[in-house]
Ligand binder design. Structure first.
Ligand code: 9YT
Length: 144
């Protein structure tokens, strides 16, 4: 069993600040924990807008505080996000994530797991997991 607290993560390399100051993310579970997913708390700053496009990852995001919105760049749909809202980027969906009048506190899970060494490229993507082909096969064999 692994037990970690936010206090233990803040100020370490498991806490990552975006270059533009739009978000800060605390990685509770990473690839080297071998859980099959990574698990993060991300704070999206009020009033910010971030272009994100995880081309190589599936991400589930659950909002537990604050409010904002997500715009699906394929359809143009805008969805409000607040305490109790979940969105699942199950189709590598390109999107804009906007903070509203208060910081959003989001709980995020990634598959394949993030290693912690990725940075957003110009498209808002992370590089593929080092064993991405294996994860693709797991998903193909479990279509739901
Ligand atoms: C909301 C969202 O996309 N969070 C992503 C996690 C964060 N950018 C991270 O931990 O890298």
């Amino acid at each position: 069993m692994i037990v970690r607290t936010l206090e233990q993560i803040i100020g370490t390399e498991r806490e990552v600040h975006s270059k533009n100051g739009n978000w800060v993310s605390r990685r509770f579970v990473l690839d080297d924990d071998a859980a099959g997913f990574s698990f993060h708390e991300t704070i999206i700053k009020a009033g910010s807008e971030t272009h994100i496009w995880y081309k190589h990852h599936i991400e589930a995001v659950y909002c537990v505080a604050g409010e904002g919105e997500i715009e699906d760049l394929k359809t143009g749909e805008v969805h409000p996000v607040k305490d109790g809202t979940l969105y699942l980027l199950n189709d590598n969906d390109e999107h804009l994530l906007r903070g509203g009048s208060s910081d959003m506190r989001l709980i995020c899970a990634f598959n394949p797991p993030v290693t912690g060494r990725e940075t957003h490229d110009e498209d808002g993507a992370y590089v593929p997991h080092p064993r991405a082909a294996q994860w693709t096969k797991v998903r193909e064999n479990n279509p739901g």
